[in-house]
Structures are given as structure tokens and as C-alpha cells.
Write a protein that binds this ligand. Sequence first.
Ligand code: UT7
Length: 331
Amino acid sequence: MFGVKISSIGIYLPSKRVSNYDLEKIIDTTDEWITQRTGIKYRYIVEDSITTSDLALYASLNAINNLNNEIDKIDLIVLATNSPDYIIPATASVLHGKLKTKTNLITDNTGSMDVFSGCTAFVYALITASSLIKAGIYKNILLVGAESISKLVDWTDRTVCILLGDGAGSFILSADNSIDKGIIDANVGSDGTKFDLIYVPVGGVKEPPTCENLSDRYLKMVGREVFKIAITLVPSKIKELLEKNNLNPDDIKLYIFHQANIRIINGIIENLKIDPNRVYNNIDKYANTSAASVPIAFYEALKEKLVKEGDLILFSAFGAGFTWANVIWRL
Ligand code: UT7
């Protein structure tokens, strides 16, 4: 058994920033409504020619440049996304091809796979990747959360388009001899009967695109229902995980929640009586970047030196599926 350390982190945000005031010009909404209901002020949106694998590439090159220890090779790429470049192959494979020409850490013996499970995907992928390292199967894994989710958005649907943004974050996870580093425990779950609370009806094999159904190729969301589930389910599952590990909310130095809605995050922290100083949020700057929100938030929390080696962190996410996951991690 090994411990798991985060050897490096990188992020990437597209250059085009869109404010709530910009959205006021194209849909029937206001800065006041968006800010009060969600906490969002801005989001970054990709240009037409840029896709998820490009954002993943830039965030991963940033993480590789930030490495300060010697890693000889990356054994596996795990990419969490809900806006894949293609249905086949995995976007992780497209990323592999792009990275291979830029770094000798990626070789023909580097595997590539996607995790495609809603906004929870990065936390699911973190559990998967760190378990493979802990078990001694792989030594170094590039773990990426990347989204060009704006391409799945109907920009006339004010109930969805105001919520989402594009971006990417990459962790390089490595085996460490201190066995108590990395994943301490996790809980996950899903309720597949609620798959259609957040989904893209057309584009898969169930509803292939035709001339008649193209308007349903965009993301649909029953936002109010998602809100109600998240605000009760997430705190109850965090409480279960903390109690199982004999931890109090104050034993966690930093909480990194999926940045979906500031009211959901505040509801969770009130319910669990978590000190707000132990919670890092950046939803105001980036909106909901789906599977990229957790790595982007953690990167910024690290930059602000909010945690140090040995601290406990809780990563938490929920989203389409309906899925949820929580991880207790020792830095
Ligand atoms: O990553 C996980 C994925 N998703 C989420 O986490 C989403 C979770 N849900 C939410 O964040 C919230 O439910 C929303 C922000 C989506 C909506 O907030 P809400 O407080 O639940 O509003 P609502 O859906 O109950 O809508 C209230 C009103 C409605 O008007 P009426 O029916 O009361 O006249 C909506 O039509 O607000 C209207 N509305 C808007 N008004 C201005 C909906 N979207 C907008 C908008 N601007 N963009």
C-alpha cells in the first residue's frame, strides 16, 4: 500500500469572460437575479475552435510545468468531463495524442480513460485514480477535470445558460511512501431514477440527432428539483462520512465543494455548522464549470496558501445522474 500525493496542479480558463451584464443583453435576465439566486458574476466561455481536449491540454501542461520533483512517466490519464470532444473515443485519448507531442512524460504505455458522471465526475475520478496508486498498480496519474460545457448550452434558455462556464484543472497524483497521505475515505452514491433531472436528450444512441430534434441537443435541467435534493442529501452524506472517521467538521481544514450555487454551498455549511472560513468558493468568478470546478477551486485555495502539508481536506460534488461523492484527503 502507498500514500498518494498531489505532485502538481495546473488550471486553464479561456480568454473570453462573460459578465451577467453581458447576458442581460441577450436574454431576459438581470445581474441582480443571477447574483442573488446563484452567487455567479462571471463565466469564461471558449471560442468555437477550442474544445474540451484543448482546455485539458493547457491545464495539464500548466501542471507539468509546475512539477518540482522528478517524475519519469505518467502511467494513466483519467479525464473527467461532461462535454467530450467525441462520443468515441474518450477525450482522454485525444488529450494523450496532444500531450505526447509536447512532453516525454506521456508515452505509448500511458493509458487513457474518461469518467463521465455529471459534475461529480472529477471527485469520482479522484477516488478511482488515487485507489489505483494506493494499491501499487500505477505510480503517477494525470487527473483532469475539463469542460467546454458552453457548447451544450442553449443560449436562449435563461434557466440554464446563466449557470455554466468553461475551464479545466489538472492534478498530477503520485505514489508516496507516507501511507497516511492522500485519500483517507470516501462515500459515493447515485439515484439513476432521476437521470433526467440534468441531461442532454439528443445525441446519444437512444435519440440520434435528426433534422427534427436538433433543438433537444442542449442541456436540460430541472434546477429547482436539483437544488432541493442537493441541499439535503449532500450534508447528510458528509455527516455520515465524518462520523464514520470519528471527525468533527472542524477537523477538516478546508472544504472544496462543487461550485454549483452559492446558496447550496451556504445551505450545506449551515446544516453542518461548518466555519465559513474553512470553505473556499470561486463561483462568482467562473460560474459552474461542472467537472472542472473542484480542481480549479483547489488550485486557487493552494495559491492562497489556505492549506499545508498534513491538513485534511474534504472534496464534495453532486450532479447529473443523479450522482454525489465526498472524499476526505490528507495533503
Ligand atoms: O452542477 C449541478 C447542476 N445544477 C445545479 O446545481 C442547479 C441547482 N439549482 C439552482 O441552482 C437553482 O434552482 C436555479 C439557480 C437554477 C434557479 O433558482 P431558483 O431559486 O430555484 O429559481 P426557480 O427555478 O424557482 O425560478 C424562479 C423564477 C421563475 O419565474 P416564476 O415562475 O416565479 O415567474 C423563473 O422563470 O425565476 C425565473 N427565472 C429567471 N429570472 C431571471 C429562471 N431563470 C431566470 C433568469 N433570470 N436567468
